[in-house]
Ligand binder design. Structure first.
Ligand code: NAG
Ligand code: CA
Ligand code: CA
Ligand code: CA
Length: 157
């Protein structure tokens, strides 16, 4: 009996260790997410912020993850936040060849892609090489100028 109780407690402990995210993160499936809603940074700064805290700019690989993040960001949105929220895609190395920086995986070849209609549009004279989720485009994917200060979304395992 005592043995079983010990095992049960141990199981609970291990179970929690697997399921818990660090304080301030939101769990979904195998990932923990943190939206930096009151810090605005360029894409490169946001990339570094995430790394400092043991995470990466978010990588969206499935429709399920996209749907969760749309709901999460919609709930968290409040006035004062930037329209766009940085995530971890860029085509800064080769124009038009989008990749997730964390993994180096080609976004163009990923089965799941979720660009807003008309995006990426490389708008403006300077073009747009960094990926964000725009509130006014329902958190679908957009290419944005990398030097714009915006809120950002980090993800960790
Ligand atoms: C191009 O993308 C920008 C955001 O990066 C958006 O604000 C703009 O409306 C888009 N332009 C067109 C014509 O879709
Ligand atoms: Ca992910
Ligand atoms: Ca581009
Ligand atoms: Ca764009």
């Amino acid at each position: 009996m005592k043995m079983i109780a010990t095992l049960a407690i141990l199981g609970l402990f291990i179970g929690n260790a697997v399921c818990d995210c660090p304080n301030g993160y939101m769990r979904h499936d195998e990932s923990c997410y943190k939206l930096y809603a009151s810090t605005k940074a360029t894409w490169a700064e946001a990339f570094m912020y995430c790394q400092v805290f043991g995470s990466d700019l978010a990588v969206i690989e499935t429709a399920r993850e996209q749907t969760f993040l749309e709901g999460f960001l919609r709930r968290e949105f409040k006035s004062g936040m930037s329209d766009g929220v940085w995530i971890g895609g860029t085509d800064a190395l080769v124009e038009g060849e989008w990749q997730w920086v964390k993994t180096g995986v080609s976004i163009n070849q990923q089965e799941f892609r979720h660009w807003w209609p008309g995006e990426p549009n490389s708008s403006g004279a300077l073009g747009e090489d960094c990926m964000d989720l725009l509130h006014h485009e329902h958190y679908n994917w957009n290419d944005e100028r990398c030097d714009i200060p915006a809120n950002f979304l980090c993800e960790r395992a």
